[in-house]
Design a protein around this ligand. Sequence first.
Ligand SMILES: [Fe+2]
Length: 202
Amino acid sequence: MSDTLRDALIDEIKDLYNAEKQLTKSLPKMAKNATNEDLRAALESHLAETRGHVDRLVQVFGLLDEKVGGKHCAGMAGIIEEGSEVLEADVEGAVLDACIIASGQRAEHYEMAAYGTSIAWAKALGLTEVAELLGETLEEEKAADEKLSALAEGDINREAASDDEADDSDGKNEESAPKPNAGRQASARKSAAKSSKKTTGR
Ligand SMILES: [Fe+2]
């Protein structure tokens, strides 16, 4: 466990290193499954940035005189696992894109919190160069998050909602107000996906 703030910072950096590595594996899957081209491009460009984040963390280990290494980040693993449930479910079209964005933004916010904390601790410890390197990554995480919001609020959410409306008018939504529960949400998404198949080609 961490005795000092410097130890705690090193733990955070190890956690982030592992989280970024996990993302370099999950972002290609998300990009491959995205149906919206702009979303796919945004995920691919963030994958390239994420590889840069790993490189920056390697530099941070060097500045801290620490061996490069990660510590399993259970937080990011959980976020990725939840996101991959959507990819495995029978969800398609704009609804799938909306769910991919939701998962991507969870990952970004997790990272933004961890980088924010690490930067504040590095500053408190007088580690200016470390704080600056981490700050460059934080800015890219924020920009990626904003880009995802813009894509969702630009078209994708509206398209996903219109898929739902088409579904309702088909009278297929027997369960109109389910309690939030994974099984029911999955069946609602499947139902929305079926409807999006019908409306493809608009
Ligand atoms: Fe990152």
